[in-house]
Every structure is written in C-alpha cells, then in structure tokens.
Design a protein around this ligand. Structure first.
Ligand code: COA
Length: 158
C-alpha cells in the first residue's frame, strides 16, 4: 500500500470509494433514506471543484484507491474514508497521521473534525474529544454528527 497526493485523474475513484463506504460502512449508523441522499450527492466534480482549497492524499493498492483523507486551508480535517474491505487494517490511522502533520505544519494549534457517528470511536482513539453534537445539512436531510477537536501539540513534524 502506498500513500500519495491526489491528482485530478483520481477524483472519480475517490467519489466511487466514498459512495461505497457510505453505503456499506456508515449504513449501520444512519437511516436508509439518509444514506441514499448522502451517497448520491458524491461525485468526481465535487472533488475537482474543491481541490483548490484543500490538501488530499489517497492510499493506493494495486492501482486501486482504498482510502483518502483531506483537510482544508484552515484548521479543519474534512474527510477520511477507507474502502469497506480494508477497514480495521490501520489505513485510516496512517492517513489521519499525514493530515494531522500537514495541518500542524500550517500552524494549526487545534484540529477540528465533523465526525460521523461511525468514526467517533476511531477519532477518540486518536486523542480527539467531542466538543458538541450537532446536525449537519446534507441536501434536504440532517446528518447527526459530532464536532471533535484535538490539540496538535505532541504531533510530530511533517
Ligand atoms: C473511520 C475510518 C476512517 C477508520 O479507518 P480504519 O482504517 O478502519 O481505522 P484503523 O484500522 O486505523 O483503526 C484504528 C483504531 O481505531 C479503531 N476503530 C476504527 N474504526 C472504529 C469504529 N468504527 N469503532 C470503534 N473503533 C474503531 C480500530 O479498532 C483501531 O483500534 P486498535 O488500534 O486498538 O486496533 C473507517 O472506518 C471509515 O472509513 N469509516 C466510514 C467513513 C467515515 O465515517 N469516515 C469519517 C468521516 S468524518
């Protein structure tokens, strides 16, 4: 498995991965209706259009995207998704570590994340604390999420 920065040609593969992960991994924590809307709005264009204001990395195995992480140009980690067949193998932790170091190198003191219910325990294992619960709008639905945060003090340099 190799981790590298995203290129334009990866956007379709990232969208495919995100859709599949929402449908197969997040589906245990959210209603069928919500999963349909959430997975349905993901596409390559969304990734392409936001590329200029974030940094993204993908994990690749045998030319296949098996995970990705992205953070904005402020203090927020945007998304972290691992392919359903690769969950629990340490890939999410490796991707998270890269994004955290990058945010720290941008001068961020506290990293913020809008975590899904599914990922809450994972982030807690990595030192994040729940700041509050909230509802995040996804099209005409509301996604139950946790705003979580972590101090970058203690994270190694990039
Ligand atoms: C959350 C996610 C990125 C974690 O990636 P991963 O590659 O499965 O995580 P890792 O294998 O690196 O797990 C690291 C630790 O967290 C734990 N962990 C991971 N997901 C967990 C979960 N849902 N519940 C409880 N513990 C979890 C692992 O057991 C492991 O613990 P250990 O070190 O004691 O063995 C992945 O499960 C995923 O894509 N989830 C769905 C998408 C999602 O909700 N993403 C977050 C968007 S904000």
């Amino acid at each position: 498995m190799k981790i590298r920065l995203v290129q334009d040609k990866d956007c379709a593969g990232m969208a495919r991965l995100q859709r599949a992960t929402i449908r197969h991994v997040n589906s245990k924590d959210y209603s069928e209706d919500l999963i349909k809307v959430w997975a349905g709005r993901t596409n390559a264009k969304r990734f392409r259009d936001s590329a200029y204001k974030c940094k993204r990395w993908i994990a690749v195995e045998k030319d296949r995207i098996i995970g990705f992480v992205e953070h904005g140009d402020d203090d927020e980690l945007w998304g972290l998704y691992v392919h359903k067949n690769y969950v629990g193998k340490g890939i999410g932790s490796r991707l998270l570590n890269i994004a955290e170091k990058s945010l720290k190198s941008q001068g961020v003191k506290i990293i913020k994340i809008k975590s899904t219910i599914t990922a809450r325990k994972f982030y807690e294992k990595h030192g994040y604390k729940v700041v509050r619960k909230t509802l995040h709008p996804v099209e005409n639905k509301k996604l139950r999420i946790f705003i979580m945060a972590k101090f970058t003090k203690g994270i190694g340099p990039e």
